[in-house]
Write a protein of this length. Structure first.
Length: 131
């Protein structure tokens, strides 16, 4: 993706790909490179495409990633969405550059405003410790 792609543009890519790749067993990955004001983000759509990716799902995922990519102290961002397209069954890996509980609480508060509010969270501090 282009680093300045909008969430609507980023969301359209996996939905369009799934339309063309249905029943082929591929697992596309979409990366939005870092740019001014946001870090890079990656989303993996895992499993056989036995259905299409709804535009509402892919746009919500892209919007959530864009929001988190612009969140202070977030240093890494990767999401996986299962073949069921249920975001809450997916996972979200977030790197945070601080061990301060206030920073972690603020990042968690941002997560709760996105499509990832109910996903399984994975993360680590800069020193590799798990939160």
């Amino acid at each position: 993706m282009d680093p300045d792609a909008t969430p609507s543009e980023a969301g359209a890519v996996p939905t369009t790909m799934a339309t063309e790749l249905a029943w082929t067993g591929v697992s596309p990955t979409l990366t939005v490179p870092a740019d001014e004001g946001h870090i890079a983000s990656t989303v993996h759509y895992d499993g056989t495409f036995d259905q299409q990716i709804p535009i509402s799902t892919s746009t919500a995922v892209a919007q959530g990633l864009a929001t988190l990519a612009a969140t202070p102290h977030v240093t890494g961002l990767e999401a996986s969405i299962p073949y069921t397209m249920r975001v809450d069954y997916g996972s979200l890996v977030i790197g945070v550059d601080s061990e301060d509980q206030g920073v972690l609480d603020r990042v968690r508060a941002v997560i709760d405003t996105t499509a990832f509010a109910d996903t399984t969270l994975h993360g680590s501090f800069g020193n590799g410790a798990k939160p």
